[in-house]
Design a protein around this ligand. Structure first.
Ligand code: NAD
Ligand code: TYD
Length: 376
């Protein structure tokens, strides 16, 4: 019987992971630990909140005593750690909160798991501490794409992608070189996780994933923010020249990778997760505008004039691109969706869930907890 804490389960990626585990493994006990910061929204989990194998605990991962007591109470065998402050722009304004949650919070979980597991007769046998990280810890890549290539740069098989675009990708052994307070805090937490393996023998795994997109993403991130702005004909703030490149993966493909790696990944290993799907921001923005316009019955491209170039983000990383061939070769994972399908599905979801979006933009979503679980 597995008893798994998933941290950050009320956030974007965490809610997809919780949903997948609760539905796919009715024999497991899934405990979602989330502080419900501005980014946590229990409405993301409405469809599974009454399942018998699911429990929600509102708690701060930095609270060591609560984490330790919960691990004992639930006889936890696995931890899938997603809770984090995740938005680069916020980290530029408020780096302390990022160090607190991402570094100290991760350390608090690690130490609680260590003390709990080491006191058991079987110790670390059958246990897993799985830390979810980002490709941003590797720093930024140069723009090496040949000029005149129309996006997507590739959604083809990885080997073709490499043949066309060379070897300039993040691999698992790429040296860490974070630039933003967000990526610096994630890099630090990754180091702590690996240190707990190397020092105490804790069975840890780290994965570094590229940019995710899909339903339930907080509308401060590029894709949901822009979908909502296009709908309401508000300006679309494009940082700098819009030429930065990001490598986009549909969130359910990330959740599937997490499931596979949690169960079959090798302890102490790192796996990069990405779909070989690089886009310049401005090109992806044009696709989003055309898709929203079409689905709203407007003329395609009608809203291009909402594009508004604004001052660039400080320290804006030029390009991220993940090489996920290790994960593909060792565990047989591959993305299930082509980007065109993924973006269509995503835009459609946001347009059909206007109430979810309005609840966030009006601030109503923060009351959901009180209604569900009683006053805080
Ligand atoms: P998110 O901001 O949508 O969700 C974060 C969740 O963590 C929220 O529910 C929030 O309430 C919770 N949380 C924050 N601080 C907490 C604390 N101190 N204690 C308990 N809970 C707390 O983030 P996301 O985009 O879903 O990212 C999840 C994880 O995946 C993060 O670790 C992030 O670094 C990583 N990641 C994200 C992406 C991406 O594109 N979004 C890509 C690669 C990796
Ligand atoms: P974001 O979704 O914040 O993810 P990340 O910074 O983790 O990659 O941003 C994706 C890209 O879009 C990034 O290059 C910054 C850019 N961007 C804008 O141009 N305008 C915006 O309003 C936002 C939120 C992002």
């Amino acid at each position: 019987m597995k008893s798994i804490i998933i941290t950050g389960g009320a956030g974007f990626i965490g809610s997809h992971v919780v949903r997948l585990f609760v539905n796919k493994y009715p024999e497991y006990r899934i405990i979602n630990v989330d502080k419900l910061t501005y980014a946590g929204n229990l409405a993301n989990l409405k469809d599974i909140e009454n399942k018998p194998n699911y429990r929600f605990v509102k708690a701060d991962i930095c609270d060591f005593d609560t984490m330790y007591a919960l691990m004992q109470e639930e006889q936890v065998t696995g931890i899938i750690h997603l809770a984090a402050e995740s938005h680069v722009d916020r980290s530029i304004k408020d780096p302390f909160t990022f160090a607190r949650t991402n570094v100290m919070g991760t350390l608090s979980l690690l130490q609680a798991a260590k003390l709990y597991w080491e006191a058991l007769p079987e110790k670390y046998d059958g246990k897993r501490f799985y830390h979810i990280s980002t490709d941003e810890v590797y720093g930024a890549l140069e723009m090496t794409h040949p000029e005149g290539i129309t996006p997507p740069f590739s959604t083809q098989a990885s080997s073709e992608h490499h043949e066309a675009y060379g070897e300039d990708f993040f691999v698992e052994t790429t040296k860490y070189n974070p630039h933003s307070p967000y990526s610096a805090s994630k890099a630090s937490s990754d180091h702590f996780v690996r240190a707990f393996h190397d020092t105490y023998g804790m069975p840890t795994i780290v994965t570094n994933c590229s940019n995710n997109y899909g339903p339930y993403q907080f509308p401060e991130k590029l894709i949901p923010l822009f979908i909502n702005n296009i709908r309401h004909r508000k300006p679309l703030p494009v940082y700098g020249k819009g030429e930065n490149v990001r490598d986009w993966l549909y969130v359910e493909d990330h959740a599937r990778a997490i499931d596979l790696i949690f169960h079959q990944g090798t302890v102490a290993e790192t796996y990069n997760i990405g779909g070989f799907n690089e886009w310049k921001n401005i090109d992806i923005i044009k696709v989003v505008i055309n898709t929203v316009d079409r689905l709203l019955g407007r003329q395609e491209g009608e809203d291009m004039d909402l594009i508004t170039y604004v001052t660039d983000r400080a320290g804006h990383d030029m390009r991220y691109a993940i090489d996920s061939r290790k994960l593909q070769a060792e565990l047989g994972w591959e993305p299930s969706l082509q980007f065109e399908e993924g973006i269509e599905k995503t835009v459609r979801w946001y347009l059909e869930h206007q109430e979810w979006m309005d609840n966030i933009t009006s601030g109503e979503y923060e009351k959901y907890y009180d209604d569900m679980y009683g006053k805080r």
